[in-house]
Design a protein around this ligand. Structure first.
Ligand code: HEM
Ligand code: HEM
Length: 225
């Protein structure tokens, strides 16, 4: 029996902007590192710092589907979800599914490690992260090594993430379109009331974090250009 489906808003604008903005910035960070454009590397990294900062706060005070408490589930729930998926196949979910939730945390975590290690990194020529001088040169070398290796890990995780998105698409769960439009077609039985935080709240958070990052991280680099 086929169920009636309805079009439901699942992702707010800040979450979608975060995702696609982060993807563009990561591409730029890769390119600038490869081509030695280190001032731009830093400016893009600090722009990403603003996005990550806003997303982390949004995970506590944002819309329902963006909240960490809504998509980080107990291992028991993850196992139950896996069991159900094995028996009934992939079904559309409102927001991140219990397995996807952990992938989201891993991706945000690994991008944050990349950002933090960058603050201590050095290319041993012109560029030192702003916190380079706060640690010994051995520690800075190790963090630079980690900065390089962690990016490879990020690429591997991103490939698994894209593969998972592809599998969902093949199975008819249109999660990619939803990350663009914010809307998803869901079976009536799965629809539940969702609360969306006002855009103004995200704007104010972005303004405050943006001003701090601009002042403490970006302006010193801009001064050197
Ligand atoms: C390095 C590259 C990428 C990273 C670090 C990344 C990271 C993330 C993160 C953190 C989320 C959760 C969004 C949130 O709740 O804030 C997410 C969701 C998502 N991403 Fe990516 N992503 C990457 C590349 C891509 C690409 C290339 C695609 C397109 C094929 C994609 C498609 C999606 C989709 C469809 C979702 C929603 C998943 C769901 O419905 O649960 N991502 N991604
Ligand atoms: C999430 C943000 C960041 C990403 C994705 C990123 C990415 C990369 C990549 C892909 C490399 C090249 C690694 C390799 O050669 O194998 C690199 C190198 C480097 N990055 Fe970042 N980076 C980020 C943040 C930062 C920050 C905040 C700084 C601060 C200055 C920084 C400074 C450096 C330095 C000094 C190198 C070493 C270049 C060399 O030894 O040739 N990065 N980064």
């Amino acid at each position: 029996m086929t169920q009636n489906t309805v079009k439901v808003k699942v992702w707010d604008i800040p979450t979608r902007l975060f995702h696609w903005g982060m993807l563009c910035l990561l591409g730029g960070l890769w390119w600038t590192a490869e081509s030695g454009e280190m001032e731009w590397h830093q400016l893009l990294a600090y722009s990403l710092m603003i996005l990550i900062g806003v997303r982390l706060l949004w995970g506590f005070v944002g819309s329902d589907t963006a909240k960490f408490s809504q998509f980080i589930h107990s291992p028991r729930k993850v196992l139950r979800y896996l069991h159900k998926t094995k028996q009934q196949g992939i079904s559309a979910s409102v927001g991140h599914n219990p397995v996807g939730g952990y992938m989201v945390i891993a991706l945000i975590g690994i991008v944050s490690v990349q950002l933090v290690t960058g603050l201590f990194a050095t290319d041993e020529i012109f560029t030192e992260g702003p916190l380079y001088a706060t640690v010994s040169s051995d520690t800075a070398s190790w963090l630079t090594w980690l900065h390089k290796k962690n990016f490879d890990l990020l690429l591997i995780l991103a490939a698994i993430h894209v593969l998972a998105v592809g599998v969902h698409m093949i199975k008819g769960d249109k999660i990619l379109a939803a990350m663009f439009s914010g809307y998803k077609q869901l079976p009536e039985s799965q629809v539940k009331p969702l609360s969306f935080a006002p855009l103004l709240k995200a704007f104010v958070i972005a303004l405050v974090i943006g001003a701090l990052v601009l002042n403490y991280f970006m302006l010193p680099v801009i001064d050197m250009l």
